[in-house]
Write a protein that binds this ligand. Sequence first.
Ligand code: BTN
Length: 254
Amino acid sequence: RDGLSTTVLGQTIVYRETIDSTNNLAQELANNGAMEGTLVIADEQQQGRGRRGRNWFSPPHSGVWMSLILRPQLPLAHAAQITLVTAIALAKALTRLTGVQAGIKWPNDILFNKKKCCGILTEMHAEFDQIHHLVLGIGINVNVPQEDFPEDIQHIATSLQAVKGTPIPRAKVVQVVLEELEPLYRQYVADGGFGTLRDQWKAHNITLGNEIIAHTAQGTIQGRALDIDEFGVLLVEQPDGEQKKIYSADIMFA
Ligand code: BTN
């Protein structure tokens, strides 16, 4: 907490040396009334989770594995947009920390030179149509030498150290991320959504304008990523000119 200049995020910190997943503990604490901004952080996760049931590589001493509890008073329909807001904060923070431009791959990956350095896993709990709480899980590969990534992710993963060339203290990474996120989160709550932050998202994105392949629950769509709307929905133009809206997907560059 030393040197942290935020007023909400990270005012309460729960630290564990080892844990199954920081998202699990954050869910439990949130269900028991933990305050908005409570941060759960661990040195190592035994069962770090990624999107779509994937595993998240979370070895000790190497990364920032953390989850924030948020309680925005917004309709459930707006909950997914927090991921885009968080991606803006992360792109800014990781660029500041490394001196190298980080880019956002829709919806929730932060990349350096097309390799992923950071992912976001947002989980939510609703009551009727209102958000009860959100758990914002953030995983950042910090001090992992490039050759230390497991072979299966070696070509798609990177770390801040690999990008910058020198290690970065993890406490500093947490501090910069929270400081970038707090003002954006405030704006998202005040505006009731992602809309006014859209230009900032676009300024950091590396998705729009590119040919992509999107794997959605309804099937695969290939085309050019044209734009995102004020809800964060991705618009793709297919080769026949038809435009499709993509609400949720994993995307790859074609
Ligand atoms: C993804 O890109 O698929 C999302 C990765 C999210 C990883 C973080 S690490 C902290 C938090 N706890 C988890 O189990 N997952 C998230």
